[in-house]
Design a protein around this ligand. Structure first.
Ligand SMILES: O=C(O)CCC(=O)C(=O)O
Ligand SMILES: [Fe+2]
Length: 208
């Protein structure tokens, strides 16, 4: 574990990880380790995980990574041409949402969950800037399970930075981060356990 963390920048809650055009704060321990283990199991077993569909070079592909979309009624979300209807909140998810809302001082109405079975699964460079999302809202990313490297790359000057997202951690991405920076969950050859990531989001166009 220690070796894994060697090239991670040393970060703490109070420091903006980006040099310009955005604000990202890392909270290493939002959830304590014992709770993390039980939440991971709960979410792994109870959510209707589905393979994700992506359009890459004009072709539709199905990912090994699994996703679940949870939210208030009417919080539909379209990305890569696929419209998602929300699953209802569970008590565990509402608990995590309350923690995320507390650190971000923001109310969220939805959450995208990603399940990475091992290090060969990741997420390519993108930003969370779909039209349904409130561009002024922060996004809080909570991680459970295997420690994984997360990168930011500035869209124009291509400068980059990265950090390791630990079990029980939270990363807050404030506006206008999504407008200027792409991010990615990097794949790794390191033997790393499964991971669930939750990104709490604000859908601004709630359909009735
Ligand atoms: O798994 C992660 O840490 C990143 C997930 C992400 O970027 C997303 O869901 O948009
Ligand atoms: Fe993202």
């Amino acid at each position: 574990m220690q070796a894994l963390l060697l090239d991670a920048p040393s970060v703490n809650t109070g420091m903006n990880l980006l040099r310009k055009d955005g604000c990202v704060y890392y909270h290493p321990s939002l959830i304590d380790p014992i709770q993390c283990t039980s939440l991971f199991k709960q979410l792994f077993q109870s959510l209707p995980w589905q393979a994700d569909q992506l359009v890459m070079f004009g072709k539709q592909i199905t990912t090994e990574r699994k996703v679940a979309w949870v939210g208030d009624q009417g919080c539909t979300y379209t990305y890569s041409g696929v419209k998602k209807y929300p699953e209802p909140w569970t008590p565990e998810l509402l608990e995590i949402k309350a923690l995320a809302e507390d650190i971000a001082q923001w109310q969220f109405n939805s959450c995208l969950l990603n399940l990475y079975h091992n290090g060969s699964e990741g997420m390519g460079w993108h930003s969370d800037n779909e039209t349904e999302l409130d561009p002024l809202a922060p996004i809080v990313s909570v991680s459970l399970g295997g420690v994984r490297k997360f990168g930011f790359k500035h869209r124009l000057d291509k400068t980059s930075t990265s950090l390791f997202l630990e079990d029980g951690s939270a990363l807050i991405m404030h506006a206008p981060t999504q407008a200027h920076w792409n991010h990615s969950l990097l794949k790794t050859k390191t033997d790393v356990g499964p991971r669930i990531n939750l990104t709490f989001r604000s859908i601004q166009q709630v359909s009735s």
